[in-house]
Design a protein around this ligand. Structure first.
Ligand SMILES: Nc1ncnc2c1ncn2[C@@H]1O[C@H](COP(=O)(O)OP(=O)(O)OP(=O)(O)O)[C@@H](O)[C@H]1O
Length: 306
């Protein structure tokens, strides 16, 4: 799968609805072969951006392209981009198979593709049941099947983890990883950071239509620090710093007497080292990462949402 043909590029994208600026001078790139999280509080402009990527909404200014072309200029759009916007947009009287057949007919895809996708998405047994009785997880799977009909290089999924139980989340994680490993570009929006942190490689975070952060999750989040309360804090600090060669040792910040902040070693590592050296630990707390703190600030900041 050619990388360039699957790259999403958003450049100085702006969308105004009268007085409301839903998206403001937004610029980012989404790379093939990765799962990218598109994060922002409610009303941040995620859906509007994804709709501009699929030609459903026209930008006020700027560009949104896939493989260098706006959606409307793609030769066979459904072969390039699969998008999922609403988990409940099914005819309640249709079966899963009926639903896929309707979309397959519109796209000119054979019935064998419908059967293959029902199998791939774990819907074979439910294929001939009416969608009105479907659980959220089954709806999400049927949506994904619909988006995959044209075997697209790019997948745009608006809140695919909404309402999934832990088993559904595990399944989604594995499935999206497989799609990315095949070289596809996978963009997944969410307004809940914890829902997608296990899912994504890269993250794009927006607030009020503007970019706040973009890059690999691991770099943006940074390794979380560990707060330690210990009556042996001085000796524990020295032990931690001597535990590995210079440059590779955990760094230790003394917050106050008996309280340390440790970077570069996780809580079990600190606990094991303390036990090995017979040092007492009264409390160990893993701090939230800087990305979590930033997102928490965005979602609790009243000024963050329009
Ligand atoms: N058709 C429209 N007309 C007027 N305002 C709109 C329209 N579509 C979106 N908006 C406004 O644009 C802003 C961004 O909305 P958008 O749905 O893109 O956000 P979002 O990040 O997807 O939010 P959510 O997580 O709640 O789905 C909001 O203030 C919304 O009310």
């Amino acid at each position: 799968m050619s990388g360039d043909r699957a790259r999403i590029e958003v450049s100085h994208l702006t969308k105004r609805y009268g007085e409301v600026t839903a998206v403001r001078d937004l610029t980012f790139t989404v790379e093939p072969g990765l799962v990218t999280g598109f994060l922002g509080p409610n009303g941040a402009g995620k859906t509007t951006t994804m709709r501009m990527l699929t030609g459903l909404v026209s930008p006020t200014s700027g560009t949104a392209t896939i493989g260098g072309r706006p959606y409307r200029r793609l030769p066979r759009p459904s072969r390039t981009v699969g998008a999922v916007f609403d988990a409940s947009a099914f005819h309640p009287g249709h079966t899963a198979r009926d639903h896929l057949r309707v979309y397959a007919a519109m796209g000119g895809y054979p019935d064998s593709r419908v059967t293959a996708l029902l199998d791939l998405l774990g819907l074979a047994e439910a294929a001939d049941r009416r969608t009105r009785g479907f659980s959220t997880g089954m709806r999400q799977r049927l949506n994904l099947a619909t988006a995959l009909l044209g075997d697209p290089r790019v997948l745009l999924l608006d809140e695919p983890s909404n309402g999934l139980d832990p088993e559904g989340m595990r399944w989604l994680r594995g499935f999206l990883r497989q799609l990315a490993d095949q070289g596809r570009t996978v963009l997944v929006s969410s307004h809940v950071l914890s829902e997608i942190q296990q899912l994504v490689d890269d993250v794009i975070m927006i607030r009020r239509g503007e970019l706040v952060a973009a890059g690999p999750w691991s770099r943006l989040a940074g390794p979380p620090a560990v707060l330690v309360t210990s009556p042996d804090a001085d000796r524990l600090a020295a032990t931690l710093q001597a535990s590995r060669p210079d440059g590779d040792a955990p760094s230790v910040e003394v917050i106050q007497a008996g309280r340390l902040r440790v970077h570069g070693l996780d809580a079990p590592g600190v606990a094991d080292l303390a036990a090995e050296h017979r040092l007492r630990v009264h409390e160990l707390v893993t701090e939230t990462s800087s990305l979590e703190q930033l997102f928490l600030h965005l979602t609790t900041d009243k000024a963050a949402t329009p």
